[in-house]
Design a protein around this ligand. Sequence first.
Ligand code: CA
Ligand code: CA
Ligand code: CA
Length: 305
Amino acid sequence: MVVGNYDDGSQRDLTGAETGTTYDSDDPAIATVDENGQVSAVGNGTTTIAVTNGTETATVVVLVQMPTDLSVVQDPVTESVDPGAELAYRLIITNLGAETAREVQVEDRLAQGSSYVSASGSGWSCIEAGGVVSCYRPELGGGASAPIDILTQAPTQAGPTSNTAAVRSGVEDGNTGDNVAVQSFQVGETDNADVDGNGAADALSDGLLIIRRLFGFSGAALTDGAVGSGCTRCDPTAIAAHIDQIQEGLDVDGNGLTDALTDGLLIIRYLFGFSGTALTDGAVGAGCTRCTAEEISAYCATLVP
Ligand SMILES: [Ca+2]
Ligand SMILES: [Ca+2]
Ligand SMILES: [Ca+2]
């Protein structure tokens, strides 16, 4: 709003174009101003708006910071790693917006129990403290990507774990849904469907062993004609113990129970190469958390070594 102060002490609203006030932006690439003084942000930076009425001119400095859209992805996505082994991955930070993002900060919370080795990337300054890698760069141009390479030593204790990377900047992010990337992975032996341990998951050996065990079979009734050649787990006692141990991971439909006629059937069908409704028909347990053929296929794929 523009107010005219007159010699007689009165004030008048001189905002509208009809009052003779004119507006001019010093740099229309940063902000434009219309005939009624409405300022629109165009690009990042600082410009001056001049307001003139008769012989009087006032100026207003305008700082424009357009919203940005930073994203982070982890690459490659590691699924499993040996305890204490080197674990290297890359965080790719991308500015999906058109404008330069300033004061860009990345935090990578390392997997619990892992040890930090190094973090670096062109244009980034990185430090590590307390299992969190923090990287900073003053700016990242619109459309640009800047990777950070992180090297750690995996936890020495086996089990599932994850690391979480997040990016933010000094200005608003138009889409915060892509500002965090979580990488979940398994340290140590991954539960998989190769229960006879011959290096491959096969329907007529491993699949059959799993479904028989889930039916409660043991001894020869478990293993007869169903142990793959090249097995490293060959006798019924070892195979039964192993299947019992990984049972939780065989809950393919994710309903908290591992059953022969749902999970067992899904695994054997998957190992036979079935997909779509041929995979899932009549075999998805009540209370499933993985219910569609796509979800079940994706999960079964993680059971194949
Ligand atoms: Ca974003
Ligand atoms: Ca096998
Ligand atoms: Ca189940």
